[in-house]
Design a protein around this ligand. Structure first.
Ligand SMILES: [Mg+2]
Length: 248
């Protein structure tokens, strides 16, 4: 593949999921491999984490790009950008987050994570029998027309309130454009490779395949079985093995 660009999710792709997201870190060896990779192939991390949180966990200075909040806030070659729709919805986030915080008092095993441009409602520790009722209840909280630009989108044991145009596929296309501009070209001549493990990565994986590139799904069942089909790696450990092999 000529001129590939590597896009990587973080949690569940580069590092195994933990019950507490604060305990997810890369090893020194993994950070070194990521640095070595980006020297050879422009490498971009696309994560649902808030950008400041993500930057504590990866060698951000070395990467071509880092995007947090599902692509709402982006860094390219050290310069910060905010996606247009993210600017529009930013003022709604603290208000909806406050309503959700009040609402979840009647539930155990859930918590609300307010980010700058989106809200994550985590329910990993909620009994499975209560998942459907919990979803219905938070859907009601966000149903006011005042919050209509924020949609509830699914992730792994998390419901995300965000603008639907804030997503990893639009971020992937934006980074390809920035890389092309950097070279003085109208469009990037090579193909993207996108590796991710969650429903929030699925459309960006399909976008990479649609552009003639490679999509790689990490972990268990695919969100849907319709073509195009991605390649498959079973765990973050296999992603690191693939990264090592890919550079040889
Ligand atoms: Mg993930």
């Amino acid at each position: 593949m000529n001129d590939p660009v590597l896009f990587l999710d973080f949690d569940g792709t580069l590092a195994p999921l933990q019950s507490h997201p604060d305990s997810v870190w890369l090893s020194d060896k993994q950070s070194d491999l990521l640095r070595a990779t980006t020297k050879r192939i422009p490498t971009v991390i696309l994560s649902g984490r808030a950008l400041p949180d993500l930057l504590k966990r990866i060698p951000g200075d070395f990467l071509a790009g880092v995007a947090g909040d599902h692509g709402a806030s982006r860094i390219f070659r050290g310069k910060s950008y905010v996606q247009d729709k993210a600017k529009e919805v930013r003022s709604l986030i603290p208000e909806l987050s406050s309503l959700l915080q009040q609402h979840i008092h009647s539930w155990s095993g859930v918590h609300v994570e307010e980010k700058e441009y989106s809200i994550s409602v985590h329910y990993r520790h909620l009994p499975i029998a209560q998942w459907a009722a919990f979803y219905e209840s938070i859907e009601k909280v966000g149903s006011s027309s005042y919050f209509e630009s924020l949609k509830i989108l699914p992730g792994k044991c998390v419901w995300e309130f965000r603008h639907p145009m804030i997503n990893k596929e639009t971020a992937l296309l934006w980074y390809l454009q920035k890389l092309a501009e950097e070279r003085g070209q109208l469009r990037w001549p090579g193909q993207p490779i996108m590796i991710g493990d969650d429903t929030t990565d699925w459309m960006s994986i399909k976008t990479a395949i649609g552009l003639g590139g490679t999509g790689i799904w990490v972990g268990g069942d695919l969100p849907d079985t319709r073509p195009p089909h991605p390649l498959h790696l079973s765990s973050p450990e296999d992603v690191w093995k693939w990264l090592e092999f890919f550079q040889k």
